[in-house]
Write a protein that binds this ligand. Structure first.
Ligand code: WT7
Length: 637
């Protein structure tokens, strides 16, 4: 395959960028031309940010799986589409060629159809990182069902909330998942969720761990049995359903500053174009490369850079079921060595945790196949950047620091490997087609260089969020109402003297813990579910490995008399309500919270205390009870 839109030199970047600003529609029409459309678009772009209403490639017809799979069969049929590395290195890996993938996706698409799933239906997928997860995602896309993948670490309650919001009647899951030395009973968690969701009428269960499960008559079926039924029926191919460019492809839930996660909706045409375009350009993908993105498909990174981007480009994508530190901290390097990985895309939190194990686990492996390294999810600190550069990239691999969001669908600001220069801890420059601007509190553009402000995007790009599922107004107020005619990212940002962007972190009440987005309100709601809790306030604080840790201030009626036990109970409550990823790192019991006279919690003050910078608290005279601050500072943990 060739990629006419691949930008290979700094000069070509400049030219493409300029063109994309002067003639966005011409630019994107050209990029989109190298994809497989059943019918071309009537117009490239129609938009307004006030509703918002954004339509890319209006009137065009396509199916993304024809681009990910069918179009490669002639040339790449025998090439591995997916390399799957199991949790346990002793277990056999799997190689799935493009031809195998075609067969498996068609087969499972027929299974879905045979179970009554139709175009536009929502299908929830809650599985571990097994190839069948990618197959299920693609099978949905093939028949036009809207997938909603839920990360395997979320609790039954979180799943139930998402199922209700999407009104998903079909669930695909596994009996269990292996993660390091743990076995997670996924089907049991689903069963707990479904107690609240009687509208779910079909659960398809893949065998992975042989964890005992209860299969409910009439509702639950085994993946393998369903495949056999399809074979008995003599069904092989499943025609790729013709989709409108603006038909929804998937929903992915993400946290915001309110307590309720939002279902970010992405559509077929624009998402396909941008995920692939950004994959090919940022990583400078070369035909034959093995691409290893260490994310989970439960997050947007996995959607765009394990499944859709790499497969549309005809790449070999490596899926890893396990964790970086089990059975030892050399697991990533082992995989790189064994499969001769060329592109490694990972998260700062993983790098920082591996740094703690020293160079021993690295030195035992040959990493010479690596050509490009990538980072995503949070700012990469200079120390981690240097460690990655020297010890993994051996000084010769460009590191791309990729800034983007669930809502943007693909990488927005990043250097392009070997094409535009890197600058440690900077995402650097926008991709051609992306127009970032910085604004002050009042929405006035901050021009010039060496300035800071709130990061917004002023022109649509193909993979931008279209709506929040079931609540378009929420999409408008969250992203398009803060500053008129701009998409607001929620991030603060600095632009240096050369125009390089450096993300400084969220400016809303959203935390970034190990690269995962968690709303403080969500954690507070979960903590407040505990019977002993009267009120709580949650803030972030710098954490050596996670980037940000969760610090909870809790007013508690201490019924046990044992503070540590109470802390554990609260942790358990949060794990139950949201999932283990949202467990507070620190819980401080307080007698009151700093509030204004109107009753608003002053998080700024709590943040300073959590960051251990009480000197910077500033004026507390407007507080209802200034004495409480003193008490909280003295009892800080
Ligand atoms: C938030 C989006 C995009 C996939 C992973 C997270 C932060 C993301 C970077 C980066 C600094 C980053 C931002 C952003 N973020 N990448 N390279 N440098 N910050 O997706 O859960 O939607 O979170 O992650 O704060 O808004 P997400």
């Amino acid at each position: 395959m060739s990629y006419p839109y691949q930008i290979k030199t700094a000069e070509a970047y400049e030219a493409a960028y300029e063109r994309s600003v002067k003639d966005p529609e011409g630019f994107w029409a050209e990029v989109a031309s190298s994809f497989l459309w059943r019918k071309r678009w009537d117009s490239v772009l129609e938009w307004n940010f006030s509703d918002p209403d954004v339509k890319w490639f209006k009137g065009a017809k396509l199916n993304i799986t024809a681009n990910c799979i069918d179009r490669h069969l002639g040339t790449l049929g025998n090439k591995p589409a997916i390399i799957w590395e199991p949790n346990d290195p002793e277990e056999h890996h799997r190689l799935i060629t493009y031809r195998d993938l075609y067969q498996k996706v068609n087969q499972f698409a027929n299974v879905l159809k045979n179970n009554g799933v139709q175009k536009g239906d929502r299908v929830c997928i809650y599985m571990g990182m097994v190839p069948e997860l990618a197959i299920a995602v693609l099978a949905c896309a093939r028949i036009g069902a809207i997938h909603s993948v839920i990360f395997g670490g979320f609790s039954a309650q979180s799943i139930a909330d998402r199922l209700k919001d999407a009104h998903a009647q079909t669930v695909i899951t596994c009996d269990g998942a292996f993660r390091g030395n743990k076995e997670i009973p996924l089907k049991n968690v689903i069963d707990d969720a479904l107690v609240q969701c009687d509208f779910v009428n079909k659960v398809i269960v893949l065998t992975r761990t042989h964890t005992p499960v209860s299969m409910i008559k009439g509702r639950d079926v085994w993946w393998d049995d369903e495949i056999r039924k399809i074979e008995t029926l003599g069904l092989h191919d499943c025609p790729a359903v013709e989709m409108d460019a603006e038909d929804p492809l998937f929903i992915l839930y993400t946290s915001g500053s309110t307590g309720k996660p939002k279902g970010v909706v992405h559509t077929c045409g624009g998402y396909m174009v941008y995920a692939t375009y950004s994959f090919v350009n940022v990583f400078q993908y070369q035909p034959g490369d093995v691409h290893f993105c260490t994310a989970d498909i439960g997050w947007i990174t996995g959607h765009s850079y394990i499944v859709y981007g790499p497969l549309c480009a005809g790449a070999t994508t490596l899926m890893f079921e396990g964790v970086p530190t089990w059975p030892d901290a050399g697991r990533f390097w082992d995989i790189v060595d064994e499969y001769k990985v060329n592109i490694l895309y990972t998260a700062p939190t993983a790098i920082r945790s591996l740094m703690g194990y020293g160079l021993g686990p690295v030195q035992a492996h040959d990493l010479s196949s690596l050509r490009v390294l990538g980072s995503v999810g949070e700012p990469i600190n200079e120390e981690a950047w240097q460690w990655l550069h020297e010890n993994i990239g051996k000084g010769k691999c460009p590191i791309v620091d990729t800034w983007w969001q669930t809502e943007t669908g693909g990488i927005m600001i990043s250097n392009m490997a070997g094409v535009t220069p890197a600058k440690p801890s900077y995402a650097t420059l926008p991709l051609p087609g992306i127009q970032p601007i910085l604004v002050d509190e009042n929405g006035n553009e901050i021009t010039g260089n060496d300035v800071s402000g709130n990061l917004c995007i002023k022109h649509p790009w193909p993979s931008m969020i279209r709506t929040t599922y079931g609540d378009h107004e929420r999409c408008r107020t969250n992203y398009f109402a803060t500053y008129p005619d701009l998409y607001f990212t929620g991030d603060g940002c600095y632009r240096d003297e050369n125009g390089n962007y450096r993300i400084t972190g969220r400016v809303d009440d959203v935390l970034n813990v190990s690269g995962h987005r968690i709303g403080t309100a969500e954690v507070e709601n979960a903590i407040n579910m505990h019977a002993g809790v009267i009120e709580s306030a949650v803030v972030g604080y710098p954490h050596d490995i996670k980037g940000q840790g969760i610090y909870a201030f809790v007013i508690f009626t201490n019924t046990h008399g044992d503070e540590n036990l109470s802390r554990q109970d609260i942790m358990q409550t949060v794990a139950r309500i949201i999932g283990p990823i949202a467990k507070p790192d620190k819980i401080q019991f307080v007698s009151g919270l700093p509030k204004t006279r109107s009753g608003k919690i002053m998080r700024r003050i709590l943040r300073k205390i959590a960051e251990n910078e009480p000197g910077q608290i500033g004026d507390t005279s407007t507080l209802l009870d200034p004495a409480v601050v003193e008490e909280i500072i003295n009892n800080r943990i």
